[in-house]
Design a protein around this ligand. Structure first.
Ligand code: ATP
Ligand code: MG
Length: 572
């Protein structure tokens, strides 16, 4: 059975009229805008990462949505760096984000930086001050928090709230000129300290940071807050639909208040549910800790849910796009299963990955009746799912390796693979029978002495006798050495750190990485390029790691062949 047989969608569509793809609520909103002429038929979105970490699979959802809508409606999508916090942002992150968005298969209309708008945002701040809608506050951060009140308690006015326009303007210029220390004062919007929406209780617009910005250097020592920069950046770029995750729903009145107070072009903010995935963490704050505390080898460690980690692991952009599509766009939060992501990559690699034979834990087999020094070439199909992939020759000879797990000296009743006196088929080759087990002094099985039946070439016996198992193998003389990295969930728990007071790093799985050396792979892999994915027959999908150097190939297991998710769906 191929995994395509398990695809519920593929099965449902066979022989039936394909259903029109379901439209999600954001498409419906855009359709309505197009009908009413709200934006003159324009669709202009943006993907706005803060360059304070690498992108993860949650960002892929936002990328597919924003770029996908632009493609669908013949519009545009900007890549905008929301770089308003010099303390946490770096050029390395910008570069990685550009690489990842391109890898996802999207083309931006342009690359923009919020920091390019610092001058304009500063001028708009002066405009707000002059309109009596912003003031310089000398309360400390703690005092501001205290004054802000709670959901049940209204806030209290700051004693600095009623300064004159002239005084505020003068103080703001002095903030900009560097006359104050960090934390000494901030610029706040003057909205409503009693608003039921806490975001409207005089939010901070500017704080002082004597830090060097990765793009503007030391030009500024005041930096706009996210809310004060984001909507204005959207407005400057002529964004029509400013799509963000649900946490920003409560910020929308503020988004609109800023734009309306300034009297500038107004985009529409639309919120959707962020992607959550079990058995991992999707927050840059946590991912940074994994990297900095060296729980993983780096941002692109194949166990990371980052796009660079998934790519190194062997995920294709198409598999990720399909996954995002399957998750869908909704207005309420939910948690996707890692098994579904694995299902998507399996589906994609099933179509595109060449099959090869590789033995991860080798056991030597000597064919006692096979001519010494003879090598024959056997024809092997590259991909049964893709006839265009053709076939290749694999060498066969007297000494082979098989998988240790494919032999048992004292097999239980359900074990059909090789054991003493039993016959099995070698993939693309012959039937072999185990005649003798050779052990070392410690009693470990180190070699099997077998006979082969020359009349079974191609896998069928002329006398019609059957074998119950087909196993993979490689020819010892021509085999290449390899290191194989086997990955499991990075976290033991589906929701890391979920227990009260527990730190998510305590849930890191000690079995998340198993490095196996001394593996043997078929010689056709001699020139395998980093990043290429293969199916190791019977074992799973594996991708060549960039650590591959000299004659030892390094492979990452992308995913096993066992499909828990499809099975689960069937039994539902
Ligand atoms: P994190 O919580 O990982 O730090 P963030 O929201 O701070 O994420 P940004 O760089 O601001 O990270 O995100 C860029 C865009 O990607 C934003 O529009 C954000 O809403 C979106 N995004 C981030 N995480 C997810 C997610 N899990 N699912 C969908 N979209 C996301
Ligand atoms: Mg953010």
């Amino acid at each position: 059975m191929t995994s395509a047989d398990l695809d519920p969608k593929a099965a449902a569509s066979e022989g039936t009229v394909p259903e029109a793809p379901r439209r999600h609520f954001i498409q419906e909103i855009i359709d309505e805008h197009n009908r009413s002429g709200r934006f003159g038929g324009r669709v202009h979105t943006r993907f706005p990462p803060e360059p304070n970490g690498y992108l993860h699979i949650g960002h892929a959802k936002s990328i597919c949505l924003n770029f996908g809508l632009a493609e669908e409606y013949g519009g545009k999508c900007n890549l905008r760096f929301d770089d308003t916090n010099p303390v946490k942002e770096e050029q390395e992150y910008i570069d990685s984000i550009i690489t990842d968005v391109r890898w996802m298969g999207f083309q931006w209309a342009g690359i923009y930086y919020a920091s390019d708008y610092f001058e304009q945002i500063y001028q708009w701040s002066v405009q707000l001050i002059k309109a009596g809608k912003a003031y310089v506050d000398h309360l400390t951060a703690d005092e501001i928090r205290e004054h802000r009140g709670t959901l049940t308690k209204p806030g209290k006015d700051s004693p600095y709230r009623n300064r004159t326009v002239e005084e505020n303007h003068d103080l703001f210029e002095r903030m900009k000129a560097g006359e104050f220390k960090e934390g000494e004062c901030v610029l706040r919007a003057k909205i409503d300290m009693a608003s039921p929406n806490i975001n409207l209780r005089d939010p901070v617009l500017y704080r002082i940071l004597h830090a060097t910005h990765h793009r503007t250097g030391d030009k500024w020592c005041i930096y706009p807050m996210y809310d004060w920069a984001h909507g204005q950046s959207d407005s400057i770029e002529g964004i029509t639909h400013s799509i963000c995750t649900l946490e920003f729903e409560d910020h929308k009145p503020l988004y609109n208040w800023f734009i309306e107070s300034l009297g500038i072009y107004q985009p529409v903010q639309i919120e959707f549910a962020r992607l959550n995935l079990n058995h991992t963490v999707l927050s840059k704050r946590k991912l940074i800790r994994l990297v900095q505390e060296k729980h993983v080898r780096g941002w692109d460690d194949p166990r990371m849910p980052t796009l660079s980690g998934l790519r190194r692991r062997g995920y294709t952009a198409e598999a990720i796009r399909n996954f995002v599509e399957m998750v869908g766009i909704a207005k309420s939060n939910s948690i996707a299963e890692m098994a579904m992501l694995e299902y998507c990559v399996r589906q994609d690699l099933n179509k595109r990955a060449a099959r090869v034979m590789a033995v991860v834990k080798p056991l030597k087999v000597v064919l006692t009746n096979y001519p010494e020094g003879q090598t024959e070439m056997l024809n092997a199909v590259n991909n049964p799912e893709d006839p265009a992939a053709g076939s290749r020759e694999v060498p066969f000879s007297k000494v082979l390796y098989i998988e240790q797990d494919d032999f048992m000296e004292n097999p239980p009743s359900k074990f059909y693979r090789l054991s003493p006196g039993r016959e099995v088929r070698l993939r693309y080759g012959y039937f072999i029978k185990c005649e003798e087990v050779v052990k070392d002094a410690a009693g470990n099985v180190v070699e099997l002495r077998c006979t082969y039946d020359a009349s079974t070439k191609g896998g069928e016996a002329p006398d019609g006798r059957k074998v119950k198992a087909t196993i993979h193998w490689v020819s010892a003389a021509q085999a290449l050495d390899a290191e194989v990295r086997l990955y499991n969930h990075l976290f033991t728990k589906p929701f890391p750190g979920d227990d009260e007071g527990s730190d998510f790093v305590n849930d890191i799985s000690p079995a998340s990485l198993e490095v196996v050396t001394g593996c043997k792979v078929e010689p056709s892999l001699a020139n395998a390029q980093a990043g290429t994915g293969y199916q190791f027959e019977r074992l799973g999908y594996f991708a060549v790691d960039p650590d591959t150097q000299g004659s030892t190939l390094v492979f990452n297991r992308t995913v096993t062949l066992r499909d828990d998710w499809a099975k689960q769906q069937k039994s539902k």
